[in-house]
Design a protein around this ligand. Structure first.
Ligand code: Q6M
Ligand code: ZN
Length: 645
C-alpha cells in the first residue's frame, strides 16, 4: 500500500536574518538533517516520492482570513526593516522574503499528502515541511508558524473527500493553539495535544491549554489537552497517555482520517521541550495510530530543535509508517506522579463526553489538581544528555508464515510453512513439530510472525512452551474455552484471557482473566497494552478459541496493536472451528491496515465495573495501569519513581 514522503529543498531557503534568541533554533538544517537521515538509512528510497505544490489562496482561506493572507503576501517585497516591523505584530516568529513561498509549499505538501492517502495511492505518509503550522491562527502568525498546515489539511479533506471525522494528534511539545481555535466548536474534528505547560508558565502561556479546556458548544469534548506540568517526562508517561486517554477516545470517535502534528521537540535532548522520551517512542506512537481510520495517517512535521534527536525521531516515525516493527521499548516504569495527575485530570474533565471515560468521574481529583503545585520531586535532568543510538534493526526477510492444512488456500501475503527460506527443507511435517520449527524461526528472527490453524489450541500451546524455554511470552486468549491449564506461572508468561463468560479467578499477577460483555477495544487499549508494554515480551502468542464475541475488525485491531511488542514477533493460533479468521488474521499479520470499526457501542456499567476493579487490583504490580495520582502518604510508603529516586 505504500508510504508517501513529501519533501522539497525549497523549504530550506529561508532563515532568521537578525538577532533574536527566541527564534534562533528554527533553522534550515532541521529539514536538511531530517531528509539526509531518511536517505542515509535507506528509508527514503522505500517511500513513494511525492512532490509538493503551492497551496492556492482558497486552500489558505479554509482557515485564515483574507486580511491576514493579504498581509503575508506583501512580505516578499519588504525591506529588512519592514520585515522586522511586521514580525513585531506576532509572537516568537520571524519573516523572510522567501517565507511566504515556503509557507505555501508547506501547506501544499500537507495537501498533497492528504490527496495521496485519500485517493488510495498510498496508505500513509509524512511531509517534511518548514515553516511549521500548528500555532498560526486565523489572522496571526505565531511560534515560527505562518499558515496552519494541518488545520488546513483537515478542512481540505472534509471538503474534497467528504471525510466526516478527522482526528488530529499533536505530539509536538508545544500546544497547537491555532489548531485548537480552528476547531474548538466543531465536533467533526477531534484535536488531541500534549504540551509542556508548567501551570501556564511555559510558552504560549495560555489558560486555553489546560486540561479543562475541552472545546465549546457542539465541539465540547472534542478538544483534549494534556498539560505536562514538569519537564523530564519519559516514554512511560507518553505511553500511559496514549493507553488511558488518546486511544480509548480515538477508538470511540472512530476517525476516517488521522493527521499528526508531528513535532519532535517532545523528544530527549530538545532545548525547548526538555523532556526525556527517547526517539524510539515515536515508532510506537505511530504504530499505535496506524490501524485507526483504515490506516489513513498523514504526519506533518512541526517542531524539533535538537538535530540529532529530531532526525532519529523522524526516521523512527517513517520506519513505522513503512510497516517495520517498532524497536523493543526500553525499561518502562510507571508514569511519574505529575503525569498521573495530568492523566487523572484529563480523564475526569472528559468523563461526561466519552463513554469510555465515564467511570473516571467516580474518582475525581481529591487533593490533587494541576492547579496546585504537583506533589513529588521534580526529576533531575542529567546535564549531559545521552541516549542510545536507535538500533539499526533489520526486519526479517520473511514476514508471515502460515501453517495451515493443504486444502486451504495460502492467504495473500503469506508463505506456506513448513518451507525453508534458506533452502534446507524442514524435515518433519507433522503439525506439532512444524509448529516448533516455526517458533524457532521466529526466535532466530528469520520470520517475523506466523499463524497456525490447529485442532487443539491447548495442546499447541503446551508444545510451544515446551520448546521456547528462554522466552518471555505474552499470551492473549480470546474465546470462552478454558485453554490454559498447563501454562507455566513462573513469570515466564503473562496471560490475559478475554471471555464473555466468567472462566477463572486471577491466580497470580501473571494470569489475568478478563470477562466482558463488550468493550473489548477499551480493554485492549487500557489494560492489555499497558500490561504487555510493561512486561516487554520476546514473543506474543495470540490464541483464538471457539466461543467469542470479538468481531473480525476488533480481532484485526488486536493483531495490529500487539505487533508493536516483541519486535513484531507474534504467533497466532486459531482453533479449527474459527477457520474464517485465517484470512483476516493473515492480512493483519502481513501489514495490511485493520478494517475500520463501527463507532463503538457504549460500554455497559457491568463491563466498566469489571475493567476498573481489575485495573485497580493490578496497579500495585503493573504501574503502567495507573490512571490516578496517589495521596502523598501512599506515595511515601509505597514509593513511586519520583519518590524513590
Ligand atoms: C518559545 C520560547 C520559550 C512548531 C513549534 C514552535 C515552537 C515555538 C517556540 C517559541 N519560543 N523558550 O511548536 O515547535
Ligand atoms: Zn513545538
Amino acid at each position: 500500500m505504500g508510504t508517501a514522503l513529501v519533501h522539497d529543498e525549497e523549504m530550506t531557503r529561508y532563515k532568521l536574518l537578525w538577532f533574536d534568541p527566541a527564534c534562533a533554533i528554527e533553522t534550515p538544517e532541521r529539514l536538511t538533517v531530517s531528509h539526509e537521515a531518511l536517505v542515509r538509512t535507506g528509508l527514503a528510497a522505500r517511500c513513494v516520492p511525492t512532490p509538493v505544490r503551492e497551496a492556492s489562496d482558497d486552500d489558505i482561506l479554509l482557515v485564515h482570513s483574507k486580511e491576514y493572507l493579504d498581509a503575508v503576501k506583501k512580505t516578499p517585497y519588504m525591506t529588512l526593516d519592514d520585515l522586522k516591523e511586521f514580525t513585531l505584530h506576532y509572537g516568537d516568529v520571524y519573516f523572510h522574503p522567501n517565507i511566504y513561498h515556503c509557507a505555501k509549499l508547506a501547506v501544499g505538501a500537507a495537501l498533497q499528502l492528504v490527496d495521496a492517502v485519500m485517493t488510495g495511492k498510498v496508505r500513509n505518509g509524512m511531509a517534511l515541511v518548514r515553516p511549521p503550522g500548528h500555532h498560526s491562527m486565523r489572522s496571526a502568525a505565531s511560534g515560527f508558524c505562518v499558515f496552519n498546515n494541518v488545520a488546513i489539511a483537515a478542512k481540505y479533506a472534509q471538503q474534497k473527500y467528504a471525510v466526516q471525522r478527522v482526528l488530529i494528534v499533536d505530539w509536538d511539545i508545544h500546544h497547537g493553539q491555532g489548531v485548537q481555535y480552528a476547531f474548538e466548536d466543531d465536533p467533526s474534528v477531534l484535536y488531541f495535544s500534549w504540551h509542556r505547560y508548567e501551570h501556564q508558565e511555559f510558552w504560549p502561556n495560555l489558560r486555553d491549554s489546560d486540561y479543562d479546556c475541552v472545546g465549546k458548544d457542539k465541539g465540547a469534548g472534542f478538544t483534549i489537552n494534556v498539560p505536562w506540568n514538569k519537564i523530564g517526562m519519559q516514554n512511560s508517561d507518553y505511553l500511559a497517555v496514549f493507553c488511558h486517554v488518546l486511544l480509548p477516545v480515538a477508538y470511540e470517535f472512530c476517525p476516517e482520517l488521522v493527521l499528526v502534528c508531528a513535532g519532535f521537540d517532545s523528544a530527549i535532548g530538545d532545548p525547548e521541550g526538555e523532556m526525556c522520551a527517547t526517539p524510539d517512542i515515536f515508532a510506537h506512537l505511530t504504530h499505535l495510530l496506524m490501524n485507526l481510520a483504515g490506516g489513513k495517517l498523514c504526519a506533518v512535521l512541526e517542531g524539533g530543535y535538537n538535530l540529532t534527536s529530531l532526525s532519529q525521531s523522524v526516521c523512527l516515525t517513517v520506519q513505522s509508517l513503512l510497516g517495520d516493527p517498532p524497536p523493543r521499548p526500553t525499561e518502562l516504569q510507571g508514569p511519574c506522579q505529575s503525569a498521573l495527575e495530568s492523566i487523572q485530570c484529563v480523564r475526569s474533565a472528559h468523563s461526561k463526553y466519552w463513554s469510555c471515560l465515564q467511570h473516571a468521574a467516580e474518582r475525581p481529583p481529591s487533593d490533587v489538581s494541576t492547579k496546585l503545585e504537583a506533589s513529588g520531586e521534580a526529576r533531575v535532568i542529567k546535564a549531559d544528555l545521552v541516549w542510545p543510538q536507535p538500533a539499526r534493526h533489520l526486519p526479517p526477510a520473511f514476514c508471515t508464515a502460515a501453517l495451515i492444512p493443504e486444502d486451504l488456500l495460502c492467504p495473500l501475503g503469506c508463505f506456506r510453512f513448513p518451507w525453508d527460506p534458506h533452502s534446507q527443507r524442514d524435515v518433519d511435517v507433522s503439525t506439532w513439530s512444524s509448529l516448533t520449527a516455526l517458533v524457532r524461526r521466529l526466535e532466530k528472527n528469520e520470520i517475523r510472525n506466523g499463524l497456525a490453524l490447529v485442532s487443539d489450541v491447548s495442546m499447541a500451546m503446551a508444545h510451544v512452551f515446551g520448546h521456547t524455554p528462554k522466552q518471555r511470552v505474552v499470551v492473549v486468549c480470546v474465546g470462552d474455552t478454558e485453554v490454559l491449564s498447563g501454562l507455566p506461572e513462573d513469570g515466564k508468561t503473562l496471560t490475559v484471557h478475554f471471555s464473555k463468560e466468567a472462566l477463572d479467578k486471577p491466580r497470580c499477577k501473571y494470569y489475568i482473566p478478563v470477562c466482558l460483555k463488550k468493550s473489548l477495544m477499551q480493554a485492549t487499549c487500557s489494560l492489555l497494552l499497558p500490561l504487555s508494554y510493561q512486561y516487554d515480551p520476546d514473543l506474543v502468542l495470540l490464541a483464538r478459541v471457539p466461543g467469542s464475541h470479538m468481531g473480525q475488525s476488533e480481532w484485526q485491531q488486536l493483531v495490529g496493536l500487539l505487533q508493536g511488542l516483541a519486535g513484531g514477533h507474534m504467533l497466532v493460533l486459531i482453533q479449527e472451528g474459527e477457520k474464517a479468521l485465517v484470512g483476516p488474521t493473515a492480512s493483519s499479520l502481513s501489514g495490511s491496515p485493520a478494517s475500520s470499526l463501527e463507532p463503538l457501542p457504549a460500554p455497559g456499567a457491568e463491563d466498566i465495573e469489571a475493567l476498573e476493579s481489575l485495573k485497580w487490583q493490578l496497579t500495585t504490580d503493573w504501574k503502567l495501569l495507573q490512571t490516578s495520582a496517589q495521596c502523598k502518604e501512599f506515595t511515601a510508603c509505597c514509593g513511586t519513581k519520583a519518590a524513590t529516586t
